[in-house]
Write a protein that binds this ligand. Structure first.
Ligand code: HAM
Length: 390
């Protein structure tokens, strides 16, 4: 299962799974999530008149949890989650009002290596799912440096237009703030795929050395990505490195991953701890994989007579312990009816009557070819496993 593979990858990188509540004080999400998400929230009042929201994302809740429960824990903290989120959006293929995110947050490491670890883990997780995707890595400091003289609301509007490559919107906003000359540098930045060239376009960037080291680290780890300085991200809390993943075989809703470096803890009464994380849109990954051929489980149906039943239960346990999907008959049907059902639902039938129970063997029938043989348990499991490995 895809989520098991993702959990296993996160575990190998040292990320421990955490759980946060389904709903939180509305304020937790309004503080820094950005207008887009605030407008999309499911908000309600509880009996005590508190304004609550179903979580539209998990990051803010994880950081609140860090402040409440782990502020003094040794840093960095590596946390992961697999949880459902709610956004009041217009539903369509790949865009749902309830959807699942698999994400990680690395809390308390403010280095190039930390940014690179999170991006490398994102790639590793997506690779484990089997989706084909493009990973795009950028940094907000390039856009922000070009926009530094504008008021914050104008900066945000312009960054949103750049993110969508809406250059008409960009031009009219720049005109409204009497800065039409910025347009050409911003458009060149969005088209730029080369780090040295991006530094030239954007001017003096304080984080230059750190950005270079992050990119070197990604290259050393053989991560496949492209640079993209037009990524602005929809959420408001990002501070530096940002990245997004796009499935190659999906249409309009093809963004399967989003993340970056951010600071949120100080807003919730904690220290100003640097964090970096991302979330993968699990439903979109599944839609993307659904379009590809999925490898199916080999299914074994245990078919038994009354006298064979207790041996059959033991055999089922041994098959399952051997990693094989094994289903017992529960309908108290006769042998013929059990076999007929098995031929519709399974690849193999393991037939167990009095003779097999006595000798400790099984009769293994390949339900496609109809061929069957009597085998000891170890050989039967080996034969089924071999079939699954093809
Ligand atoms: P986000 O980009 O808003 O980032 O969401 C992450 C992913 O969730 C998206 O790339 C997309 O695949 C999926 N997603 C979003 N909305 C929907 C929807 N309505 N239906 C289906 N899938 C959807 C965040 O949520 C940040 N908290 C990520 C993060 C973690 N940044 C730092 N740490």
């Amino acid at each position: 299962m895809i989520e098991c593979r993702m959990r296993e990858v996160a575990r190998r990188w040292g990320y421990r799974e955490v759980c946060t509540p389904e709903f939180e004080d509305l304020e937790l999400f309004t503080m820094r999530s950005g207008e887009g998400i605030v407008e999309e929230m499911y908000v309600f009042e509880d009996k005590g008149g508190r304004r609550l929201a179903l979580r539209p994302e998990i990051t803010a809740a994880v950081i609140r949890m860090y402040i409440n429960e782990a502020k003094v824990a040794p840093k960095p903290l590596r946390w992961s989650y697999f949880a459902d989120c709610f956004r009041y959006e217009r539903p369509q293929k790949g865009r749902y009002r309830q959807f699942w995110q698999f994400g990680v947050e690395l809390i308390g490491a403010d280095t190039a290596q930390a940014d690179a670890e999170v991006i490398s883990l994102a790639a590793d997780l997506l690779n484990a799912t089997g989706v084909t995707y493009d990973l795009k890595v950028g940094h907000l400091s390039f856009m922000r440096n070009l926009l530094r003289d504008l008021e914050y609301p104008a900066q945000r509007r312009i960054m949103a237009f750049l993110d969508k490559k809406d250059f008409d919107g960009l031009k009219s906003t720049l005109e409204s703030v009497n800065n039409p000359d910025l347009g050409s540098s911003l458009i060149s930045l969005v088209a730029c795929r080369d780090l040295a060239e991006a530094f030239e376009i954007a001017g003096t960037i304080l984080e230059k050395e750190r950005i270079k080291r992050t990119i070197e680290s990604l290259d050393a780890a053989d991560v496949t990505y492209s640079l993209n300085f037009g990524i602005a991200r929809g959420l408001d809390y990002y501070t530096g490195m940002v990245f997004e993943g796009f499935a190659q075989n999906l249409g309009a809703e093809n963004q399967i991953l989003g993340g970056g470096a951010y600071r949120l803890a100080h807003l919730f009464g904690g220290d100003d701890v640097a964090s970096c994380g991302f979330a993968i849109g699990f439903d979109r990954v599944m839609v993307s994989l659904g379009e590809l051929q999925q490898k199916k489980d080999t299914i074994v149906a245990i078919v038994c007579t009354d006298e064979g039943r207790s041996h059959a239960q033991k055999v089922a346990g041994i098959f399952r312990a051997g990693g094989i999907r094994t289903e017992m008959d529960l309908m108290e049907r006769g042998l013929g009816a059990q076999l007929a059902h098995a031929s519709r639902s399974a690849d193999f039938a393991v037939v167990i009557g009095g003779r097999e129970a006595e000798s400790g063997t099984v009769t293994l029938r390949n339900l496609q070819s109809g061929k069957q043989k009597t085998l000891d348990l170890r050989s039967a499991i080996a034969e089924v496993s071999l079939y699954g490995a093809r």
